[in-house]
Ligand binder design. Structure first.
Ligand SMILES: [Zn+2]
Length: 396
C-alpha cells in the first residue's frame, strides 16, 4: 500500500502508526533517503492493502478508528485530501487492511505462469521482497531469483532443478509467503522470532530453476512450443511426461556441473533423454549456466537444493565439505526427521559443484517420499518437514 508523505512525517512515525518494523518500511523503499523523506513523496507500507469504505450515517474518522482498532491519524494519513468534518453518507474513503492470510494457497499444477502471478502478488504486498532475473531458460522464460533480508549472511535455496519435482517450487514460495507474513505481523514461526533473522541474513531463492521442464510435465507437449516434436521424440512419442526431469533440450540440469562431470558422462546416456543425460560438456544449458553464475557472483555462505524424493539429505562431496556441514545437517535432521547421507555415487550436481568450488556447506534435500511427481496431497506434510530446514538456514 502507498501513502503520501505529509509535513512532519517520518518512517519511524509510520512504523508506529502501522505497527510495522521500520526496517521493513526502509527496505520496501530502497530508492529513498530514510532520514529525509519529502512532503508529497509516495512511500510503500508493506503488509497492508488499501480498501474502499463507504461512509454510513454517524461515521466519523474517530468512530472508524475505534471500530477498526487503528490510530485516528492512520485514517487521516490515508485520506489527506478529504475534509473529515464534512463526511457525506455514501462517500468513499480509504481504510487500511492488514494482510494476515496467505496469498499463495493454490499450489496444484504449479506452472511457471502460476509462480509468476504469485510472485507479483507477493511483491505488491511485501515490497521488501526483491526480484531479479538471473538468466533465461532455453525457451526464453526468466529464471527468477527472490531476495529477502537486510543482513550480511547470504543463504541460498533453489527448487525444480528437476522438472517432475516441481512440488519443490510451491514449497519455497509458501515459505517466502510465511516469512513475509511473520515479519509484518510480528508472529513467530515454530516459536522463533523472524525479525532477527531478517536483520542477520539475506535469503536468496530461485524457486524454479527449470521452468520449461516444469511446464512440460504439468501441461504436456503443447507447453513445449517449437520443441514439442523434439520432446516427443526424446520421450518415445509418449504424451506422458511425468518421468521427465531434464530441461527442454533433454539435458539433466543436475548433471551439468563441472564436479567429476566426466564420471557421469562415461556412464550416463550420450543423447538427450527425459533424465540423466549430462549434456555433451559441463554447463552447456542456459539454466545451469545461470545457476553457476549466480553462485560465482554472490557470497552464499550456504546452499540448499530442494529435490524429491526420499526424506534424505546429501551433504558431502569428495571430502571437500567443511566441518560445519556435519553440524548443520544434524540440525536439519533434528527439525525435519530426514536422514543425513554424506556420500553417494552421484556427481556433477549443483551441490557437488558448490561444495567443490566454495568449500562451503551445500545440501541436496530430497523432500517427501513416493513416486515423482509426488501427489499434491503430500504438500502439507512436506512443507512442515522442510519448514524447519528453511528456518534453520536463517538462524544457524
Ligand atoms: Zn532431483
Amino acid at each position: 500500500m502507498k501513502i503520501t508523505v505529509r509535513l512532519g512525517d517520518s518512517l519511524w512515525y509510520y512504523s508506529q502508526l502501522f505497527n510495522i518494523p521500520v526496517i521493513l518500511i526502509e527496505t520496501s523503499n530502497p530508492g529513498i533517503n530514510a532520514l529525509q523523506i519529502q512532503v508529497g513523496q509516495e512511500i510503500k507500507i508493506p503488509g497492508y492493502l488499501r480498501e474502499n469504505y463507504t461512509i454510513e450515517p454517524n461515521d466519523t474518522f474517530w468512530t472508524l478508528a475505534i471500530e477498526n482498532n487503528i490510530p485516528l491519524d492512520l485514517i487521516e494519513l490515508m485520506n489527506s485530501t478529504i475534509d473529515s468534518s464534512q463526511l457525506q453518507v455514501g462517500q468513499t474513503i480509504y481504510l487500511p487492511r492488514r494482510v494476515t492470510e496467505f496469498v499463495i494457497d493454490d499450489i496444484a499444477n504449479y506452472t511457471y505462469e502460476r509462480m509468476v502471478t504469485d510472485i507479483n502478488k507477493l511483491l505488491s504486498i511485501y515490497p521488501f521482497i526483491m526480484k531479479r532475473s538471473i538468466g533465461s531458460s532455453v525457451m526464453g522464460k526468466d529464471i527468477t531469483e527472490l531476495q529477502i533480508g537486510a543482513g550480511p549472511t547470504e543463504v541460498h535455496l533453489n527448487g525444480s532443478f528437476h522438472a517432475n519435482e516441481w512440488i519443490t517450487t510451491p514449497i519455497i514460495m509458501r515459505f517466502i509467503n510465511e516469512y513475509a507474513l511473520s515479519l509484518t505481523n510480528g508472529l513467530p514461526i515454530n516459536d522463533l522470532a523472524t525479525l532477527p533473522m531478517y536483520q542477520a541474513t539475506l535469503f536468496s531463492a530461485v524457486p524454479m530453476v527449470n521452468p520449461d521442464g516444469v511446464n512440460l510435465v504439468i501441461q504436456g507437449a503443447s507447453a513445449a512450443g517449437d520443441y514439442s516434436n523434439s520432446v516427443l521424440a526424446i520421450n518415445q512419442q509418449s504424451q506422458d511426461f511425468s518421468g521427465w526431469k531434464a530441461n527442454i533440450n533433454g539435458v539433466d540440469l543436475n548433471n551439468q556441473f563441472p564436479a567429476l562431470w566426466e564420471i557421469e558422462a562415461d556412464r550416463k546416456p550420450t543423447i538427450p533423454q527425459p533424465r540423466d543425460f549430462p549434456g555433451t560438456a559441463p554447463l552447456t544449458e542456459p539454466e545451469a549456466i545461470a545457476m553457476a553464475n549466480l553462485a560465482e557472483e554472490r557470497n552464499f555462505r550456504r546452499m540448499n537444493a530442494f529435490h524429491t524424493q526420499g526424506k534424505v539429505i546429501f551433504w558431502g562431496f569428495e571430502g571437500l565439505e567443511p566441518p560445519e556441514s556435519a553440524e548443520i545437517v544434524n540440525e536439519y535432521e533434528r527439525v525435519s526427521g530426514y536422514t543425513p547421507i554424506q556420500y553417494v555415487d552421484s556427481y556433477a550436481g549443483y551441490k557437488d559443484w558448490f561444495i567443490q568450488e566454495f568449500r562451503r556447506p551445500g545440501f541436496t534435500v530430497e523432500l517427501g517420499e513416493g513416486v515423482n511427481p509426488l501427489p499434491i496431497e503430500q504438500f502439507q506434510e512436506i512443507y512442515e518437514d522442510s519448514l524447519g530446514i528453511m528456518l534453520a538456514n536463517l538462524y544457524l
